[in-house]
Design a protein around this ligand. Structure first.
Ligand SMILES: Nc1ncnc2c1ncn2[C@@H]1O[C@H](COP(=O)(O)OP(=O)(O)OP(=O)(O)O)[C@@H](O)[C@H]1O
Ligand SMILES: [Mg+2]
Length: 359
């Protein structure tokens, strides 16, 4: 942890030891907080007692134990992944795996062998057999996330999975059965995608057996206060920061915002208020100016740009890219289509980079 150069005075040794002791204590404290976090963070906990959330929970309880394919729809950040987890946990398959495939983020060429696996020698570079995610899911749940971004070539193959409940691993003609329950999620307007010809109608009908609609946050603002409490608790435990309660003005401002990025945007807002706010409570000034002034997002004046968006000279290209992605997502309230448009890349590329950088 440190070093001394001989000869050294005893006070220097004591000073170094004192600092090390302090560091060890901090680490222990941090670990204690982390273990507390695990208690708070039950997987798939959907927060909210509003009518919309109650209805959602009731619907989940009802369809989870069935074998039906379920399509979860809703805007970005509305909790589709949480819903998929809740469905899995209440399905009677919870002792089996829940395997997620991000259909929008895996490059098209890899997606097929990712899903179906491949045999040894199936293509150049396939030096080993690979187990696909359908097989990994076994008797559990296969969660096809960002389903609306599935490339056309794979839509046909997935149709077979849903219709015949079978598939062939890449490079093999040994048909294998699909035992997993399938849940798909998308924030795309699939009907429009069908009209445009980018999504197959037959696949749509196979998917659209039972649909669960995740409500946008502006339709259940009654839950806002509880969500704020939930995220405050979670983030303060994670960061080892004291918990804070929101002032009336703070909650009022939140209630007036239209939340284009939904619960994820709220979560990010609380995180930034907790980390940057200096007071004992959450105050209006802890909020970004676009929320405070209720203007549409994305118009931060330069003087208010957060310090982490300025680029140090030593930054690598990857760091710069990561910062730009985070900034764009932040300013669009987590709305990925909008952020991609602003960055001049496709939504697919954005999703791929997000996965890569763990954003
Ligand atoms: N009702 C809720 N209670 C608690 N947390 C929630 C709720 N809804 C969403 N969240 C949180 O908001 C964040 C976004 O949720 P999630 O990833 O499930 O959204 P999504 O609909 O899949 O978004 P995207 O379309 O962008 O992938 C997560 O951190 C999730 O835990
Ligand atoms: Mg999602």
């Amino acid at each position: 942890m440190d070093y001394l150069i001989k000869p050294f005075p005893n006070e220097e040794l004591l000073h170094v030891l004192g600092r090390i002791e302090h560091e060890i204590l901090l680490t222990a404290e941090n670990e204690a907080l982390r273990s507390r976090l695990q208690v708070y963070e039950g997987p798939g906990a959907l927060i909210g007692a509003s009518e919309a959330m109650t209805r959602l929970r009731r619907l989940i309880a009802r369809v989870a134990p069935t074998q039906s394919t379920i399509l979860v729809r809703g805007d970005s950040g509305t909790g589709k992944e949480l819903i998929a987890r809740a469905l899995h946990e209440q399905s009677g398959r919870s002792s089996h795996p829940l395997v997620r495939v991000n259909c929008g983020a895996i490059p098209e060429t890899l997606l097929e062998s990712e899903l179906f696996g491949h045999v040894k020698g199936a293509f150049t570079g396939a030096t080993e057999r690979r187990t696909g995610r359908i097989e990994l899911a076994g008797d559990g749940t296969l969660f096809l996330d960002e389903m609306g971004d599935l490339p056309a070539s794979l839509q046909v193959k997935l149709l077979r999975v849903l219709q015949e409940r079978e598939y062939d691993p890449v490079g093999s003609s040994q048909t294998r059965p699909v035992r997993a329950r399938i849940i798909a999620a998308t924030n795309r307007d699939l009907e429009k995608a069908i009209e445009k010809g980018s999504f197959r109608e037959d696949l749509y009908y196979r998917l659209n057996v039972v649909t669960i609609q995740a409500p946008p946050l502006r339709d259940h603002l009654e839950d806002l206060e509880e969500l704020v409490r939930h995220f405050t608790l979670r983030i303060s435990a994670r960061e080892g920061l004291p918990e804070k309660s929101p002032s009336h003005g703070f909650l009022d401002a939140l209630r007036k915002w239209h939340w284009p990025g939904n619960v994820r945007e709220l979560e990010n807002t609380i995180e930034s208020a907790l980390i940057l706010g200096e007071g004992e409570h959450f105050e209006v000034q802890d909020l970004p100016s676009y929320i405070r002034t209720r203007e549409p997002s994305g118009t931060l004046p330069p003087s208010q740009a957060s310090p982490e968006t300025s680029i140090p000279e030593s930054a690598t290209l990857e760091e710069v890219e990561k910062r730009m992605l985070m900034k764009a997502l932040d300013e669009c309230g987590g709305n990925q289509s909008e952020a991609a448009r602003r960055l001049g890349i496709t939504r697919r590329t954005l999703a791929y980079r997000r996965e890569k950088y763990g954003i």
